[in-house]
Ligand binder design. Sequence first.
Ligand SMILES: [Zn+2]
Length: 265
Amino acid sequence: MMILVSAALAGCQTVQTTGGGVVGVDRPQTMTTLISSEEFNQKAAQEYRQTIEAASKKGRLNQDPAQVERVRRIADRLIPSTAVFRPDAARWDWEVNVISSNEVNAWCMPGGKIAVYTGLLVKLKPTDDELAAVMGHEISHALREHSREQYSQALAQGIIINILGAVTGASAVTQNAGQTVLDVMLNLPHSRTDETEADRIGVELAARSGYDPRAAVSLWEKMGRLGGSAPPEILSTHPSDETRMADLRVYATKVLPLYESTRGR
Ligand SMILES: [Zn+2]
């Protein structure tokens, strides 16, 4: 009964967040109408600001200028390619920062707020192509609004239900979203479907930006090898297995001509 009530309160609509691109990602998505993309992105931006300020206070923000220059240079090449999938992304207020942490992690919050952890750079020692692969993958989750979609599902299932919001209307639910964007992003594992979509769009973004899309395969293989008793944090939210790797190989090959066409520029 709870589920029915919440689903009714959490009005939904079917949307397409992105165009298909060469990789042809075209799954219709169900999104809540209680929180618009703009509101969700605003909440994400607030949380990003808090995260960045907290890192700064602890002396953990952008400590190594060479690392910062590197991830921003790669982002600057990837971001224009996002217009292929959604033109509005070019107008997002993109930010890219490096956080000092032993965690092997990187993420892109809704609306284009990127963080790369030094643990990923130091432990994984990615090539530029591999770094572009992981950043392209994270950016793709943001383009597809997977966090808002997960949030919508959680609302509909009553996993996230603010009783006050249910009584007083959408505004209280919206306020509650401020605490949960990062929670959703860092704690709810992406579904296999989300991973596949981010993998496919990610390799196309990389290829169009002049990065070898095949590096996505070696990147996630390297991630897997880091595993052992303490797998990288990023693998807990980005589940990986042989099926996923096989799909990645197919799509990296599919977008290879896009990469090769950038080589002559
Ligand atoms: Zn992912």
